[in-house]
Design a protein around this ligand. Sequence first.
Ligand code: IMP
Ligand code: MG
Length: 433
Amino acid sequence: MSTTVILGAQWGDEGKGKLVDVLAGNSDWVARFQGGNNAGHTVVIGNRTIKLHLLPSGITRKSCQLILGDGMVIDPWVLDQELKKWKDETEEEPDKDRLFISDRAHIILKFHRLVDGLDKKIGTTGRGIGPTYSDKINRIGLRFADLKHIINNSQWISEMCTLYNRVLNSLDIEEKITEIDLKNDLEWIHNRFGHAIKNTGVMLDNALKMKENVLLEGAQGCLLDIDQGTYPFVTSSVTSRANASHGVGIHPGHIDEVIGIVKAYTTRVGHGPFPCELKDDVGDYLTEKGHEFGTTTGRRRRCGWLDLVVLKHSHRVNGFTSLAITKLDVLGGLDTLKICVGYRANGAEYHNLPASITELENAEPIYIEMPGFPALNDEEWIKLARKANDENLGLSVLHPNAQSYLQQIENMLEIPLHSVGVGPDRDATIHLF
Ligand code: IMP
Ligand code: MG
């Protein structure tokens, strides 16, 4: 029995989905605990790929039960679309027997999407995530547990419409929410998903009593955490370890392993400070070679060198028991590699991430430089990874400069490496545990 948490250690898009897919092979349950369809991962089935935003990555393993947990905000229409796509590809309908929606999760409605659509400041995904969490914190949100009680509560519907329309008016949004539309929406959600709404915290607790294996799948990353990230350029939920158990309704004592996912360099989408950002040829090289375009919005991701100040912060908050490095292959072919070990701003040196956005925006990275390693093609990387795994050779199959790069990370953070990703293929991972 074990409970493992998978978390993004940077600004999201570290490649969590690929590791969850591998680890789900030994898991009975995969649960998400925060966020919504602002997340995005690509699942490969045979020679087809599907982009998913809500369904946990463990969906590819038929033996896994799946939970959309208490701490999430869920757009029922997006969920319906994803389930339709999944059925088209596999003929399976997971919500009939192995996908469960927490009765405590909050519902994203059209109103929330309209409001989020106006954002220009943060560069949100525009999916209604922030406005839905705002309503949750304001204690006017709508949870799946409440659906069946409010469908026929005309007073609630009328009051919510008044409130929604007042907000839409004040934002100069022309669209309105009518009582009949809201009622119809609520009825549709209830009819479509009523059977899958459960007390999922109790289900997980029972599973743990039965000694089953649970994987808690984070979305976004530590630097997008509402409390611990680069506020206000963050998402609206707690993306960190402390919320992994809380967000699915079990206690923190259950957690055994916390794997931090670290891209071998750094990326971010949306606005906000990014001290190691490269606005030069190397940045373009990483974007192109790493296919750094968002799964959810298709936006070009900003790219830069690996930042250990960010990772130290992330480790302090999350207490990683191991690190999974992803996309090492993308660095192949660069003459020199740099790792940021501190910042200089306004005459001071920083080795801990400052909270102030102004300080972060002025931060000049302090780099150490290391010699690069040659580029290989996808097939060559897969061959190396297979050799490492089959013959138990670990990192010794890699070019010495690639080994030094990884050892530098491991030594400076004092966290053992769990695995190293060297390509998009399921087999292109060197396993070290
Ligand atoms: P929101 O989560 O849509 O409110 O967006 C807030 C910020 O988080 C924006 O900068 C988004 O680009 C970023 N963001 C949200 N989800 C993800 C993700 O899954 N990967 C990377 N960035 C994300
Ligand atoms: Mg993503």
